[in-house]
Design a protein around this ligand. Structure first.
Ligand code: KPL
Length: 334
């Protein structure tokens, strides 16, 4: 059985931690604040299936408090000091938590058999981490699983999706191939639909285009994903954002599947009751991931001299809305 460290007990972190732990793996969950650790320990890590209503509880996961930056003195490595077989660190924190400081700390705590698996939406995080973590130890994961946090330690699984795993530096794929196979196999045994991807950048971009349509619009309109399909005018806005993103991706030579627009609509249908992560952040008064999603597209467009007027408008609206919710709590690894 495998060893997993899940960093961040948000919706995705909890979903992966509970399923992997139930499948018999050694799982530790790392949260930043001691109060959150105590809350989760008291209530247990739980996962509820939104469709069947059944509850899965994980008794096996060990929960550790990730010390605050100034307390990061203890030398303990994630996943224990040694052990046989690969140790996967699932990084399930928000983009805004991925800083140089975190990269340095993670690199210091990674043992010799550790692989870092990044589950973030958007772009930019892999470059930040690769400055500190050896790129051949970095795996990118793209998931279309839908989940929401309902209380401390409790996630609701709102829609099943697929998780693709690939080497962060595409050309280093052969170095991590055995680890990738192992991870995919264990994810499958834990009940996930998972596959290896030889072209993870294309998967990252396809998810980015989907998030750049659904997330800001649901956050601005304050509706669950499914309602975008029926609100007057929303369809036109979705299409405009999608077309602009597609033009940029093609200009950058990124391969997009021909039915990506259909896939986007399908995500809205499959996660119809889900409140997007951006809507959840906005409602909770946290900073959103707009800089890594729409902001990521705008930065790339700027470098290529391409205009994305609809994305720019949406970006400014979200920035204004975030500021209107002051005081914004910084995103935390919760
Ligand atoms: O990834 C998502 C998110 O909310 O961030 C989608 C796919 C839009 C599901 O809600």
């Amino acid at each position: 059985m495998g060893r997993f460290t899940v960093i961040g007990a948000g919706a995705l972190g909890t979903l992966f931690a509970v399923r992997l732990s139930k499948a018999g793996h050694e799982v530790e969950v790392v949260v930043r604040r001691a109060e959150r650790k105590a809350e989760i320990e008291a209530a247990g890590l739980r996962l509820t299936d939104a469709v069947s209503g059944s509850e899965e509880k994980s008794a096996r996961a060990v929960i550790k408090a990730f010390p605050r930056v100034r307390l990061w003195e203890e030398k303990e490595a994630f996943g224990g000091k040694d052990g046989s077989g690969p140790h996967f660190i699932l990084l399930a924190v928000k983009q805004s938590a991925i800083t140089r400081e975190l990269g340095l700390e993670l690199a210091r705590r990674m043992g010799p058999s550790a692989w870092m698996v990044c589950l973030q939406n958007g772009i930019g995080h892999l470059e930040t981490l690769a400055a500190h973590v050896p790129v051949e130890r970095l795996l990118a994961a793209v998931t279309t699983e839908g989940a929401m946090i309902s209380s401390a330690g409790e996630a609701v699984h709102t829609g099943s999706g697929t998780t693709w795993v690939g080497a962060a530096g595409d050309e280093r794929g052969e170095v991590s191939e055995i680890a990738q196979k192992n991870l995919v196999y264990w994810l499958q045994l834990a009940g996930f639909s998972a596959s290896m991807s030889k072209n993870i950048s294309s998967r990252i971009w396809q998810k980015l285009l989907i998030n750049a349509v659904i997330n800001p619009l649901t956050a601005l309109l304050r509706v669950p994903n499914g309602e975008l399909l029926s609100l007057p005018g929303a369809g036109e806005l979705m299409r405009a954002l999608y077309e602009e993103g597609g033009t940029l991706a093609r200009a950058l030579g990124i391969r997009l599947e021909p039915d990506l627009w259909e896939q986007l609509l399908e995500v809205c249908r499959r996660t119809a009751t889900n409140r997007s992560s951006m809507l959840q952040d906005m409602t909770a008064g946290r900073l959103t991931e707009i800089d890594a999603i729409t902001g990521g597209l705008l930065r790339e467009a700027d470098r290529s001299g391409i205009a994305l007027p609809t994305h720019l408008t949406v970006y400014r609206l979200i920035k204004a809305a975030e500021a209107g919710h002051r005081p914004c709590r910084p995103n935390i690894i919760d």
